[in-house]
Design a protein around this ligand. Structure first.
Ligand code: XLS
Ligand code: NI
Ligand code: NI
Length: 438
């Protein structure tokens, strides 16, 4: 036990009239919404990296948090101290899931053999922690972007020896995820892209990525991992152009390599907005392609053009996202993790709790709002009516392939109709959402 969180009592649900900032006002794990509990719907996870690894540094200055487990050496003792603190935090917050990168949890390693040894050493400890609790692993991943060896990319690196190191990290991280009972495995291609086209062979790199993801899928089947693999789209940052730009781009990539039935997406709203998309657009595109997986729930800042990774607090945006998530059938193996970090001045233990409590309460409200929108059928009914023409007549015949272009054209000549434009009712529909955001 680290002691760092000792002054914080386990967080309880106290209801919306509570004044206690260290209590849930809306997240009532066992409350039923559309037939499932809030906990079952949301599958909320704490992310190890921002919450326990980041020390508050930014590009202009060093760490500000002074956590007792952040020593100068990232050795096994430090990794174990961090693990104790993390599980002590989970015990108090009561989150059902967590997620991690290999390098978050282990002692620093420089060589491939050291990587295997250090990762294995901490895995036994993690397993022991998990065995004595109810907490589950939402997903695991490998960090293939922080070490200088990855400055020119991970699986898209010009040097095959670097890609071999990636293969080792993915192999071990996926096996660890499987061993710890994880539901998913994430591939975020942090440096799978380029800074200048002048030094880059784009076709070669795309093919490396295609082959590498195929190898990861083959390995999943070889070891019998039954969870999902998800790619996390992001358009840029750290590289100028990233190959996994957004959901539609990832789908094109998956189709090209025959992986669209094997790999889904882990959507992050801040990445969506950086790509010029709304959060709900990305969710609905993933639903349309059948690749919806999981969500990293953070937010950006409307005035800043980078991945600020802030805890979510926009009820309307998250109501919309949850509406499309529920409409698509909700989370299966996926869930809601907070890929978000407290601000650099939020340096106290309490701040970590305020952040997660706020995010969990927000998602609980957004879930109830979204369920209300689904149940009222006002939005879905409107959309259904709008497209009703495709269930019959020439609409149906065109879509079933019965009509050629000329036959469809003949239908226009035959009816000689100049169809009346019909209102899209945008403001009316927006009002329905506004009234549902409570
Ligand atoms: C960075 C990403 C990263 C992934 C996991 O922008 O969001 O944190 O979620 O590697
Ligand atoms: Ni993320
Ligand atoms: Ni991100």
């Amino acid at each position: 036990m680290s002691g760092y969180f000792n002054h914080i009592d386990p967080i309880k649900f106290e209801g919306k009239d509570s004044d206690n900032p260290l209590a849930f006002k809306y997240y009532d794990a066992n409350k039923k919404v559309m037939g499932k509990t809030m906990a079952e719907h949301l599958r909320m996870a704490v992310c190890y990296w921002h919450t326990f690894c980041w020390d508050g540094f930014d590009v202009f200055g060093g760490g500000t948090f002074d956590r007792p487990w952040h020593g100068n050496n990232n050795d096994q003792a430090a990794a174990e101290a961090k693990l104790d603190a993390a599980f002590d935090f989970f015990d108090r917050l009561g989150n059902d899931f967590w997620c991690f990168h290999d390098t978050d949890v282990m002692a620093a390693a420089n060589t491939p053999r050291e990587h295997v040894e250090n990762f294995a050493a901490i895995l036994d400890k993690i397993e022991a922690k998990m065995d004595s609790r109810d907490i589950k692993l939402l997903w695991g991943t490998a960090n293939m972007f922080s070490h200088p060896r990855y400055m020119a990319g991970a699986s898209t690196n010009p040097n095959p020896d670097v890609v071999a190191f990636c293969a080792l990290q993915v192999q071990k991280a996926m096996e660890a995820t499987h061993r710890l009972g994880g539901s998913g495995y994430v591939l975020w291609g942090g440096r799978e892209g380029y800074d200048t086209i002048l030094n880059t062979n784009v076709k070669q790199e795309m093919e490396q990525l295609g082959r590498f993801v195929t190898m990861a899928v083959e390995h999943k089947h070889k070891i019998g991992f039954k969870g999902d693999i998800w790619i996390e789209p992001k358009p840029h940052e750290p590289t100028k152009h990233q190959y996994d730009r957004d959901v539609a781009t990832v789908y094109g990539f998956l189709k090209e390599y025959g992986l669209e039935k094997e790999v889904g997406v882990n959507i992050e709203p801040n990445h969506a907005t950086l790509a010029g998309n709304s959060f709900e657009h990305e969710v609905e595109m993933a639903n349309a392609f059948g690749i919806f997986g999981s969500i990293d729930f953070n937010r950006g800042d409307p005035q800043n053009g980078w991945d600020t990774d802030q805890f979510p607090n926009d009820l309307r945006e998250n109501t919309m996202a949850l509406y499309y998530i529920l409409k698509g059938g909700g989370f299966k193996n996926g869930g809601a993790n907070f890929d978000a970090k407290v601000r650099r001045q939020s340096r106290d233990a309490e701040d970590l709790f305020y952040a997660h409590i706020g995010g969990m309460d927000l998602l609980a409200r957004a879930l109830e709002n979204a369920a209300g929108l689904i149940e009222s059928e006002k939005l879905s009914g409107f959309v259904q009516d709008r497209y009703a023409g495709w269930d019959k007549g020439i609409g149906k015949d065109m879509m079933s392939g019965k009509l050629s272009l000329s036959e469809m054209a003949d239908a226009a000549l035959k009816s000689n109709l100049s169809p009346e434009p019909i209102s899209g009712r945008q403001e009316h529909l927006e009002n329905i959402v506004t009234l549902a955001v409570k």
